[in-house]
Ligand binder design. Structure first.
Ligand code: UD1
Ligand code: CA
Length: 474
């Protein structure tokens, strides 16, 4: 990303560097707004993008690199606070409450008490800018320090600047920010917009906030009005223009949410491809950033991989597969199947149309075939459940062949019961195991049996009506 300062008209590119001021700078994240344009029962900042809430993404951008992070909450604050704190991953977050949502300027005011004795700089970010990168904030802070400004605002040129605040300049110098709703036709033509990302000298900010009014189209206290306060006092305001429009996209409705999600998704896929993963159709592939995929894995079209999933080298996943919170060993094939909360060992083949449910462990070289469902079961090495089976609450040893249509009857209407099958057994097609039941090693079960009693090692079990043949009636 390139940022250029343009209090002056010429663009100046600033190189990336660790900023010595970072730890002495506090951050305010604005997350008190309702997000009416979302038309949702969930507060806007708690909507998710690729598995993480919007506000969590903003917090993650700043949390370890600066001083204290103050999050302003208000609308459904208990819910927002709970969502932020429940992961336990944030140690130095402070919440302040904005009781009534009177505007972004009023929201920032709520942090004043916490920063009463703080004379450094404060970064202010809207809680709805989830794709922002920390290098960008670092650079903005750097420029703020170098320019000795009271206010440094990150701006961007948009071909269609609609709905954003416009940067109004006079002879190149920033004078004010005017919101879309308050803009006349002339102002609306300005393409340089306010990204909602700023650095301020903290005490100057709080002084200026006391001067802003709510006599505008929305009847709100706009944070952006402090810019006019500063410029009328001849205090230094710097606008830094960024050329990465994708990064600063603000999410106000579900359409923008989907656009941001798409940008993030494409970036995740690009990074995976650069790290050695083949993705044949990025248009139809959805992978959370929490997913780890080793090199030389191949992801085929229409595949979704979510949560804490790891896919090891040499796997071929898809087409049409959904994998969530699962470990998938080397050289596994998963075709057109659902897998969640499962551990799949190396060289396993799954699908097409298999369903592997939580707490299942599939051993090396096992085969789970079409229309087979595995639930809370372990399947041993080289065991095959190739066609039309339900295996639930079961422990299957190695080298077992489960015939087509075999079912474990694991549920008696109240409780779940266990089926155990020993190594090397051969289960004929259309067998029912009425659990709890234990089948020994090397057992042969005749096709069509309903097994209700344990079978010792190496025995043959037949549990079906003997066939009779009668003369046909005319
Ligand atoms: C804001 C800016 C606009 C900028 C745009 C960039 C203002 C007045 N306008 O507009 O110049 O171009 O962001 O994305 O700031 N909030 C509160 N309490 C409130 C009101 C808002 O905490 O009472 C929070 C919201 O949760 C949100 C942020 O402030 O995170 C910005 O509010 P929002 O309504 O999204 O402002 P925009 O119309 O997008
Ligand atoms: Ca916004």
């Amino acid at each position: 990303m390139n940022i250029s300062t343009s209090e002056h008209v010429n663009a100046v590119n600033v190189p990336t560097q660790e900023n010595v001021f970072m730890k002495d700078t506090n951050v305010i994240i604005l997350a008190a707004g309702e997000g009416t344009r979302f038309k949702s029962d969930t507060p806007k900042v708690l909507h998710k993008i690729s598995g993480k809430t919007i506000v969590e993404r903003v917090i993650d951008t700043v949390i370890n690199d600066f001083g204290e992070t103050i999050v302003v909450v208000g609308y459904r604050s208990a819910e927002v606070k709970k969502a932020i704190t429940e992961s336990g991953k944030y140690k130095n977050i402070v919440f302040v409450e904005q009781k009534r949502q009177l505007g972004s300027g009023d929201a920032v005011k709520q942090a004043e008490k916490k920063l009463k004795n703080f004379n450094g700089n404060v970064i202010v970010i809207s809680g709805d800018i989830p794709l922002l990168k920390k290098e960008t904030i670092g650079k903005l802070l750097d420029i703020h320090e170098k320019e000795k400004a009271v206010c440094t605002v990150l701006t961007c040129e948009f071909e269609n600047p609609e709905n954003y605040g416009r940067i109004v300049r006079n002879g190149g110098i920033v004078k004010s920010i005017i919101e879309e709703k308050d803009a006349n036709a002339e102002i609306k033509k300005i393409k340089e917009i306010n990204t909602g990302i700023y650095v301020f000298s903290a005490q100057e900010l709080f002084k200026a906030l006391k001067k802003i009014k709510s006599d505008n189209a929305k009847g709100e206290y706009y944070l952006t009005d402090v810019v006019l306060v500063f410029s009328s006092q001849n205090k230094k305001i710097v606008a830094c223009k960024t050329n990465s429009a994708e990064e600063i996209i603000g999410i106000n409705n579900r359409y923008e949410l989907s656009k941001a999600e798409n940008i993030l998704r494409k970036n995740i896929l690009k990074n995976l491809m650069f790290s050695g993963v083949s993705i044949s159709d990025p248009e139809t592939t959805y992978i959370d950033e929490t997913v780890v995929i080793e090199k030389d894995a191949t992801i085929l079209p229409s595949t979704i991989i979510k949560g804490k999933t790891k896919i090891e080298s040499g796997c071929v996943i898809g087409p049409f597969s959904y994998i969530e919170n699962s470990l998938v060993g080397r050289n596994v094939e998963i075709k057109a199947s659902f897998v969640y909360g499962a551990e799949i060992s190396k060289d396993v083949k799954i699908g097409p149309f298999s369903h592997i449910r939580p707490e299942s462990k599939i051993g090396p070289k096992a085969r789970i075939g079409n229309f087979s469902e595995i639930k809370k079961s372990s399947i041993g090495e080289n065991t095959k459940v190739s066609h039309l089976s339900y295996i639930g609450d079961s422990q299957l040893g190695k080298d077992i062949n489960i015939g087509a249509g075999t079912i474990t009857c694991n549920y008696d209407g109240k409780l779940k019961h266990k089926t155990e099958i020993g190594d090397g057994s051969f289960i004929g097609s259309n067998t029912n195991f009425v659990a709890p039941v234990k089948i020994g090693k090397g057992v042969l079960v005749a096709a069509g049996s309903t097994i209700t009693e344990d079978v010792p090692d190496k025995m043959l079990a037949i549990a079906r009506e003997r066939q009779i043949i009668k003369r046909r009636r005319k």
